[in-house]
Design a protein around this ligand. Structure first.
Ligand SMILES: C[S@@+](CC[C@H](N)C(=O)[O-])C[C@H]1O[C@@H](n2cnc3c(N)ncnc32)[C@H](O)[C@@H]1O
Length: 175
């Protein structure tokens, strides 16, 4: 965080409560359909761990982490999960086609630290990579929600005080 405040964007890993809110929303998208779950910005895996604990099979989960040290951390602590070192903004290029359709994308990327254009680009790109019934799930700090982009429906999922800082969870689906 001290090295790269803008990119890491938080003072502590997500709490179990926040990770559970994110996971429940992802589960609602994948329960009745096939397809993988992609986690972008896993950091030290606090959401990854809860996704696995809630029964998402390791071979159905792929993580994309931009920071080389955190990528390394993920490969050492979650060897059963495939982590790709790369930028979520290039998800359509770096995610091998062999993984098939994406049922849900769970994002820890600090979108509100990015310029608006880049924030919208990532949301749009992630949503266009989803299956028609898929969901893009994002948490934010503070009251500003993730940007609305055309063709997408944004939904408020929940809020938790039990996180440092308190966090809001949102999801996007295609209209
Ligand atoms: C706020 S931390 C969240 C870490 C973890 N998911 C959690 O909830 O504790 C943001 C993470 O997103 C990663 N990140 C930032 N920009 C990214 C990008 N464009 N693509 C992939 N990961 C990114 C950072 O390196 C960091 O690991």
């Amino acid at each position: 965080m001290l090295d790269k405040p803008g990119r890491v964007g938080s003072i502590a890993p997500s709490s179990k409560r926040l990770a559970s809110l994110m996971t429940q929303e992802a589960l609602s998208a994948i329960k009745q359909s096939d397809g993988i779950v992609v986690e972008i910005g896993p950091g030290t895996g606090s959401i990854t761990r809860v996704l696995l604990e809630h029964g998402i099979a390791a071979d159905r989960l792929v993580c994309i982490e931009l920071d080389p040290a955190l990528y390394q951390y993920m490969t050492e602590h979650f060897p059963e999960v495939q982590t790709i070192w790369g930028d979520a903004a290039a998800l359509d290029i770096i995610l091998p086609k062999k993984f098939g359709k994406i049922a849900a994308i769970v994002s820890g990327v600090p979108l509100k630290n990015l310029p608006l254009g880049k924030e919208k680009e990532i949301i749009q790109l992630c949503c266009s990579a989803l299956k028609p019934s898929g969901k893009f799930v994002q948490f934010t700090y503070g009251v500003r929600p993730p940007a609305v982009t055309s063709g997408l429906q944004r939904q408020f999922v929940g809020f938790t005080l039990f996180n440092l800082p308190p966090a809001f969870v949102w999801s996007f689906t295609k209209m």
